[in-house]
Design a protein around this ligand. Structure first.
Ligand code: MN3
Length: 210
């Protein structure tokens, strides 16, 4: 069963003015579609055909660069679309586990935003910034080059990603040109905290202890 380009749950222009419709359309229908079809081509007829993407990524060191780049691209963009929403932005409710964990692990929401923005801003060249849950249920921020992600067994800081930001120029150049910090700041207006909270609760085995 080949991987499918997942449906977007909102229109191309739904995240304007923070993410413009033209960027959204090209990013989804060209870039994400391209990673998906190239991933399928790379795994066709191999043992990976029919495996879950997470299981492929967790043992990515055993596979080709085509699987690494396109498997990462397929997974990363799927997560990216889901952690954004036209109803997003702001802060998660103080009653949520994700808010409690952010305060526990970063000190405050403002400190979290500062640290995440720094990770996104200083990732040299193409890559991603991530908020992840560690093996000991704590939150950490990291960044990865190219289409790598924290599930992969080749990255320094492994964990379960629950929020990701694409900082490839294709994600922002039409609207923001070289102003990556403005794009990163705008991302905070569309973060789907409900989705991030659900991902946190699923990854965090000790959620009831918060
Ligand atoms: Mn991209």
């Amino acid at each position: 069963m080949a991987f499918q380009l997942p449906d977007l749950s909102y229109a191309y222009d739904a995240l304007e003015p923070h993410v413009d419709a033209r960027t959204m359309e090209i990013h989804y229908s060209k870039h994400h579609a391209g990673y998906t079809s190239k991933l399928n081509a790379a795994i066709e007829g191999t043992d990976l055909d029919g495996m879950k993407i997470e299981d492929i990524l967790m043992h990515i060191s055993e596979h080709s660069m085509a699987v690494r780049n396109n498997g990462g691209g397929y997974y990363n963009h799927k997560l990216f679309w889901e952690v954004m929403s036209p109803d997003g932005g702001g802060e998660p409710s103080e009653r949520t586990n994700i808010h409690k964990a952010i305060v526990r692990d970063f000190g405050s929401f403002a400190k979290f935003k500062e640290e995440f923005s720094a990770a996104a801003g200083t990732r040299f060249g193409s890559g991603w910034a991530w908020l992840c849950v560690s093996g000991s249920d704590h939150l950490f921020i990291t960044s990865t080059p190219n289409q790598d992600n924290p599930l992969m067994d080749v990255v320094e800081n492994q964990g379960t990603p629950i929020l990701g930001l694409d900082v490839w120029e294709h994600a922002y150049y039409l609207n923001y040109q070289n102003r990556r910090p403005d794009y990163v700041n705008a991302f905070f207006n569309v973060i789907n905290w409900q989705e991030v909270t659900e991902r946190f609760n699923a990854a965090n085995k000790g959620a009831s202890d918060l």
